[in-house]
Design a protein around this ligand. Structure first.
Ligand code: HEC
Length: 129
C-alpha cells in the first residue's frame, strides 16, 4: 500500500519535472535565436558613422553587404556574422572606407565606440553559427 502510494505521487512529480525542464529549455532557445534590433548603444554609433552608406538609401555595394534598414529581418545567424564583421572591420580601421575617413573624419568611431561594438559582437550566443 505504502509503495503504490509513493509511486502514484512520484510518477506525476517526475512528469511535471520533465515538462518544466523541456519548456524552460525551449523558451531559452527561442530567446537566443530571435532576431533582435540593434541595442541603443550600438544604434547611436551606427547612426552616426555607418548609415550614410549602410541603409536602403546607401550605395549599392555597401547596402548589399550590410543594410541596417533590413537589420531586423536578418536571421540570428546573419546578425551574428555581420556583427563580427563590423567589429573586425573597425578593429582594422577599414570602415568607414579610407576615402570617407579622409573626407569626413567625424564618421570615424572612437576607440570607446569600437569597444562597445566589440562587446556587442561577442555577446551573441555561441549556439548561433
Ligand atoms: C562612405 C560609405 C561607407 C561608410 C560610412 C561605412 N561603410 Fe561599410 N562598406 C562600404 C562599402 C562600399 C562596402 C563594400 C565594399 C567593401 O567591402 O569594402 C562596405 C562594407 C562593409 C562591411 C563588409 C560586409 C560584408 O559582409 O562583407 C562591413 C562589416 C562594414 N562595411 C561595416 C561598416 C561599419 C560598422 C560602418 C560604420 C562604423 C561602416 N561600414 C561605414 C561603405 C561604407
Amino acid at each position: 500500500m505504502k509503495k503504490s502510494l509513493s509511486a502514484i505521487l512520484l510518477i506525476p512529480g517526475f512528469l511535471f519535472f520533465c515538462l518544466l525542464f523541456v519548456s524552460v529549455k525551449t523558451s531559452a532557445q527561442d530567446v537566443s535565436k530571435t532576431s533582435a534590433p540593434l541595442p541603443d548603444s550600438v544604434n547611436v554609433i551606427v547612426t552616426a558613422s555607418c548609415t550614410p552608406c549602410h541603409t536602403s538609401q546607401g550605395g549599392l555595394m555597401s547596402r548589399t553587404k550590410l543594410n541596417f534598414t533590413e537589420w531586423i529581418n536578418y536571421s540570428p545567424e546573419k546578425q551574428k556574422e555581420k556583427a563580427e564583421k563590423m567589429y573586425s572591420e573597425l578593429n582594422k580601421g577599414a570602415m568607414p572606407p579610407k576615402k570617407a575617413r579622409e573626407a569626413k573624419p567625424e564618421l570615424i568611431p572612437t576607440s570607446e565606440q569600437v569597444a562597445i561594438i566589440k562587446r556587442w559582437a561577442e555577446s551573441f550566443p555561441s549556439d548561433i553559427k
